[in-house]
Design a protein around this ligand. Structure first.
Ligand SMILES: [Fe+2]
Ligand SMILES: [Fe+2]
Length: 300
């Protein structure tokens, strides 16, 4: 173990989920929280696949063997995350008659054209500078994903609200792995020469991007759910969800973003690896993957 690596090997768990019993409002009676969290299902397939493309480029340039091991584990976990949330789009929303492509096409454009290998056709995409900026955006996003992972592991409001056990397991399995690998993206960004100024810039642009896609995505999903009722707007929906502890506090999210600007910031303190591993030891999907890979319907 080095100072900049996790104390053990990060490994992917090849989970599968059965969506046949999951209702469209998987948090019963709370369409606002359901559809705000659903934006993550729209975001992860394209976003985390892009993480993998960037990390495939970065791997040969990582000179610290322990960090390279971490990066490989991170890449494998993110590939399964992307595929698992992609399954939500193709097996779950589709079964409920929701075509997500009008929204996910924008994300494909963002991660393929704007943040991809040739941003707007420019040659800068082949430079180490651009790779470092890509790694910086990933580190900023991973700061939020680690925060959200820690939140969802402790979100007792979702249990009280009787959230669908399969969706809850997907979110908590993913959240636990985000907590497990929360240091990797930041360590790799620094290892590749990422500066404090770049870090601040990436966090500012990431907050704006997330807010844009969260507000648009929540409305997009709400309007496609015939049983969701009138859309009350993003702010009112979030506030009501946070009061029920089915969403994180907006202000705590802002505080989490501000922590990233602290020059002494480190992701080590954002969540507990022990708690994450304890959840993974009981997660129906992770346990099924550990014992042969057969999917099972999560127990209610
Ligand atoms: Fe992930
Ligand atoms: Fe991650």
């Amino acid at each position: 173990m080095t100072q900049d690596s996790t104390p053990y090997k990060i490994k992917a768990r090849h989970v599968k989920f059965d969506w046949s019993q999951t209702p469209i409002q998987w948090i019963p009676g709370d369409p606002s929280s359901t559809h705000i969290i659903n934006v993550l299902n729209l975001l992860f397939p394209a976003g985390e696949l892009w993480f993998c493309r960037v990390y495939n480029k970065a791997l040969p340039l990582i000179t610290n063997p322990a960090l390279r091991d971490d990066a490989e584990g991170f890449l494998r976990q993110e590939a399964v995350h992307s595929r698992s949330h992609g399954g939500v789009l193709t097996h779950y929303y589709k079964a409920h008659g929701i075509d997500t492509q009008p929204f996910t096409r924008q994300l494909d454009w963002l991660f393929g054209k704007v943040l991809g290998e040739q941003p707007f056709g420019l040659k800068i995409g082949k430079t180490r500078f651009w790779l470092r900026q890509q790694l910086g955006v990933i580190a900023a996003l991973e700061h939020f994903f680690g925060y959200l992972g820690n939140w969802v592991l402790n979100a007792d409001g979702l249990d009280v609200a009787n959230a669908d056990p399969t969706m809850l397991d997907l979110l908590r399995w993913h959240g636990a792995e985000e907590v497990e690998h929360r240091t990797v993206a930041f360590d790799i960004f620094r290892h590749m020469g990422g500066t404090y100024f770049e870090r601040c810039f990436h966090m500012l642009s990431t907050v704006m991007l997330l807010l844009y896609f969260l507000t648009r995505g929540a409305r997009f999903m709400h309007e496609r759910d015939s049983g969701a009722g009138k859309y009350r707007g993003f702010i009112l929906g979030w506030r009501a969800g946070a009061r029920r502890r089915c969403l994180p506090s907006f202000w705590k999210m802002i505080a989490a973003a501000l922590r990233y600007f602290n020059p002494r910031y480190t992701p080590h303190h954002e969540g507990s690896t022990e708690q994450a591993l304890a959840y993974l030891a009981t997660s129906p999907a992770a346990q099924a993957a550990a014992h042969g890979g057969n999917w099972v319907r999560s127990a209610g």
